[in-house]
Design a protein around this ligand. Structure first.
Ligand code: FAD
Ligand code: 2HG
Ligand code: ZN
Length: 482
């Protein structure tokens, strides 16, 4: 059944659970829940339900299960793989009212938060106790803690603290039949059976709706040094990144922006980077069509690294020594210590996604490569894209310290590229031994390619887990599982 066939009696029952104000059906109001952040994935829903706590969420799922109505969980709707919007007329369960912030448990360095708390709110709450959240990403003002766990989000500090799954000390979630699983003691050692938290992290709303999360927190490292390093080629940046990972003990972020992505973000910001030369166009004579992809090989185009060190004591000497040790590999470097100057360097990395969205509707291919194949990939992927669509423009950036490259591909004038581009790039990644999804998930965007990374036996195990927890297939039915 689709939600469009929802009986008035079911709507009444849902309104009885969450209150009539939180069952939305006016298309003008629900429209905001049906289009994803990239504007590539659009659907429709006649029903958005906004429960206020775990008990209401459980009751809502009980009603939906009895009526056999499929449902898409949605947090901040910043996901980039089309997993958070109703593409086949499903109901939407918005978690944005699950906003409880319990006091920070300073003895355990943990905090329990409602799934709808945004990352920025969680960061501010933790900071009040002198602690910090281990995952950070540019969508912090909208992305929710529940959505970040559901996607096992990565972001800019994975080199230091790991992904979202590593931050989770406990989860409360509602399963498809309305039952609640809650394991929130936050014990560091707890070998009492299957790791349900680990399973729900990265499950993209297909196994349960996360309502509360107990997060591990970390000491605030207030002394920071940030460097923007320029390189002649992508391959040089890859070699430098590997060296910096080995040598900078206080490393907190190791990010890259390649060639045309730097030109585009510079145009968007209206300012060129303080080091290195943007390769084509400029802030004044640019425009998307002025960008021409580099040819593969040594002419792979210039590249930049953003490197951040953080510690209790000033880490700038350690960072400066490590950069000096790179020798001629690095062509120029800018270092910043105070927050404003550091933010100005970060802008060239943090605003790339926004710059690309302002230019068009990209296909987003978020991949990881083994360290030994990374330079081959950054040099070779442009040719792979152009073979699939001669007019497409690949824009490369990402979390180089994790081997994670974001390949965004735009068609001419910002239109979508030819559909074959995705398959060509993801096959290339799999052939090199990489992952077709580093941190954004599979969603609907990569359903057709999951088999490139997962064996038949693994996919059968995934399907068995799904059947066990959601036998009617009601939770996010068009996501993750082929
Ligand atoms: P949504 O987009 O609402 O949902 C994402 C998925 O999780 C969907 O499948 C949805 O059904 C499911 N879901 C949401 N909430 C729940 C819940 N409570 N229970 C069960 N399932 C749920 N991602 C990174 O990993 N690293 C980055 O550096 C990064 N940077 C970004 C920068 C920008 C500018 C943008 C727009 C996005 C970025 N993202 C990044 C992607 C996105 O922010 C993350 O995927 C984030 O985790 C999504 O959180 P959300 O609350 O918006 O989830
Ligand atoms: C980032 O690292 C995000 O900036 C978004 O993961 C990546 O836009 C993208 O493809
Ligand atoms: Zn990313």
């Amino acid at each position: 059944m689709t939600a469009s066939a929802v009986e008035p009696a079911v709507i009444e029952e849902l309104a009885g659970v969450v209150g009539p104000a939180h069952v939305l059906s006016d298309p003008e109001v629900t429209a905001g829940y049906t289009l994803d952040w990239t504007r590539r994935f659009a659907g429709s829903t006649p029903l958005v339900i906004r429960p206020g706590d775990t008990a209401e969420t459980a009751a809502v799922l009980g009603v939906l299960a009895a009526a056999r109505i499929p449902v898409v969980p949605q947090g901040g709707n910043t996901g980039l793989v089309g997993g958070s919007v109703p593409l086949a007329g499903e109901a939407v369960l918005s978690t944005r009212r699950l906003r409880s912030c319990e006091p920070v448990d300073e003895l355990a360095s943990q905090v329990t938060l409602g799934a709808g708390v945004t990352l920025a709110e969680a960061q501010a709450h933790a900071a009040g106790a002198g602690l910090s959240v281990g995952v950070d990403l540019a969508a912090r003002d909208s992305a929710t803690i529940g959505g970040m766990v559901a996607t096992n989000a990565g972001g800019i500090n994975v080199v230091r603290y790991g992904s979202m799954r590593a931050q989770v000390a406990g989860i409360e979630a509602v399963l498809a039949d309305g039952s609640v699983v809650s394991h929130m003691a936050g014990l560091e050692k707890d070998n009492t059976g299957y790791d349900l938290e680990g399973l729900l992290a990265g499950s993209e709303g297909t196994l349960g709706i996360i309502t509360r999360v107990r997060l591990r927190l970390h000491p605030v490292l207030s002394e920071r040094a940030t460097a923007l390093l320029a390189f002649d080629t992508a391959a040089d940046a890859v070699v430098a990144a590997a060296a910096l990972r080995r040598t900078v003990a206080s490393l907190r972020a190791l990010e890259a922006v390649f060639c045309d992505a730097m030109t585009l973000v510079s145009q968007h910001l209206g300012v060129n980077p303080p080091v290195g030369t943007v390769s084509t166009g400029s802030a004044s004579d640019g425009g998307l069509n002025a960008l021409t992809p580099r040819t593969p090989g040594a002419d792979g185009g210039a590249a930049w690294l953003v490197v951040e060190a953080a510690a209790r004591a000033d880490p700038s000497d350690e960072l400066a020594t490590a950069v000096a040790d790179l020798g001629d590999l690095v062509t120029d470097a800018a270092v910043a210590l105070d927050p404003g100057a550091r933010q100005r360097l970060w802008a060239f990395r943090e605003h790339v996604t926004e710059a690309i969205s302002a230019a068009g509707i990209p296909h987003k291919l978020d991949v990881t490569l083994p360290a030994a194949r990374l330079a081959e990939f950054t040099d070779g992927v442009t040719a792979v894209v152009r073979a699939a669509d001669p007019h497409a423009l690949p824009l490369l950036f990402g979390h180089l310290g994790d081997g994670n490259v974001h390949v965004n591909v735009l068609g001419p004038d910002g239109a979508e590229p030819a559909a074959g581009v995705d398959d060509a790039v993801l096959r290339y990644v799999a052939d090199l031994g990489g992952s077709i999804s580093a941190e954004h998930g599979i969603g609907t965007a990569k359903l057709a390619q999951l088999h490139l990374n997962r064996s038949e036996a693994e996919l059968a195990a995934f399907a068995a887990i799904k059947r066990a927890l959601d036998p009617a297939g009601l939770l996010n039915p068009n996501v993750l599982l082929p």
